[in-house]
Design a protein around this ligand. Structure first.
Ligand code: ZN
Ligand code: ZN
Length: 365
């Protein structure tokens, strides 16, 4: 999708929301709309075009990264954007209410003359973020390569893991490998949660040492050209107990049911239910396993590690071809152990294509 098509789609969404212009300050949205990757930016979309405001540190970078975008330089890009709109006679401008602070809105209002201030700024839904949920061919290609690099890191880590090794050493090794392979970095702080710590859904790699026997959950991703990958595998050090294997098989069955429910037109709540219902019908210590599945089934991924759509219970949104979502059910038994398995899945008309095809079979190291 060319930048022009993106700008047109965003303006069409703005028009449908009752505003003639959009003020965009969320940096992933800015990048998607004009290519600029700096840390200080505001974009005004109006009359079919984008105007980028940034500060003096980024003058050369803004020119290099954008094409056909008018650029304004100011120490206060958002204020400059608002002043520019007032001068251009824009009476109603939408802004993303989920990305603007109370102080930010006050500064926007203070930047325009009192006589136009009333009714000028209208909080609208995250319109650009919603458009970003559906990836174009180039984005899909980039995310495919990020996901494939993630799979290579998993292959490598299987060779490296040994009892007694600190979780943080594993995480560092993965990061070094990722960087050497051309990634800009990791898409979030790598999760290596071993032994009892695997019962923490978000156990960042710590100084804890890998056990002789027990699970290790690895949840990680890389950043390639600004796009994130995200995958989780849970492996076992030493021989697993029958209890551990049962829970693992249950999570795997739930994960595969979730992946199987992915297709364009499917309701996100139904995909969540496909995974959750598997765990609901398996009992463990007299309790249904879904009691220990404490988060949603998945999320969109792209320029942000967590973006729309949300694949959660009763959530109503239809999957669309070109969305890339995760399917990541988990079971966390407090003080015992946890298992999570996560793939990135490309939504197609026919179903879901797994972008992270690393094995999900039971692994004992
Ligand atoms: Zn993850
Ligand atoms: Zn995830």
């Amino acid at each position: 999708m060319s930048i022009n098509v993106r700008i047109k789609s965003a303006l069409a969404a703005a028009k449908a929301a009752g505003v003639e212009a959009l003020l965009v300050t969320h940096l992933p949205d800015v990048r998607w709309l004009c290519g600029f990757t700096g840390s200080s930016a505001a974009v005004v979309l109006v009359r079919g075009r984008a105007v980028l405001f940034t500060d003096g540190r980024y003058t050369a970078q803004a020119k290099a990264e954008t094409t056909g975008t008018r650029i304004g330089i100011s120490t206060k890009p958002v204020v400059a954007a608002c002043e520019w709109m007032a001068k251009a006679g824009i009476a109603r401008c939408g802004f993303d209410g989920t990305q603007t602070t109370v102080a930010g809105l006050a500064a926007m209002r203070a930047a325009v003359p009192a006589k136009v201030r009333r009714g000028m700024f209208v909080a609208v839904a995250p319109l650009v973020a919603r458009l970003r949920e559906v990836k174009d061919a180039a984005e899909i290609a980039t995310m495919r390569s990020a996901a494939a690099l993630g799979c290579r890191l998993f292959d490598w880590v299987l060779e490296e893991m040994n009892p007694g090794m600190p979780e943080s050493t594993i995480a560092l090794g993965m990061e070094v490998r990722a960087r050497k392979a051309g990634a800009e970095g990791m898409s979030f702080g790598t999760i290596v949660a071993s032994g009892k710590r695997s019962s923490l859904p978000h156990g960042r790699a710590s100084a804890a040492k890998l056990p002789r026997r027990g699970f290790v959950t690895l949840d990680f991703g890389v950043l390639v050209d600004g796009y994130c990958s995200d995958m989780t595998r849970t492996v076992h050090m030493g021989k697993g107990t029958s209890e551990e294997r049962r829970v693992y098989e249950a999570v795997l069955e739930a994960q595969e049911a979730g992946v199987g429910a992915v297709r364009a037109g499917a309701m996100v709540g139904d995909v969540d239910e496909a995974a959750r219902s598997v765990l609901r019908r398996i009992k463990f210590d007299g309790k249904k396993l879904d009691k220990y599945f404490s988060h949603s089934t998945g999320h969109g991924v792209g320029l942000e590690i967590h973006e729309g759509p949300r694949l959660a219970a009763k959530q109503e949104q239809k999957l669309e071809a070109g969305m890339i979502v995760t399917i990541e059910p988990g079971v966390y038994l407090p003080e015992k152990f946890g298992v999570r398995i996560e793939d990135m899945v490309l939504v197609t008309a026919a179903g879901g294509e797994i972008l992270t095809p690393s094995t999900k079979a039971w692994i004992e190291l």
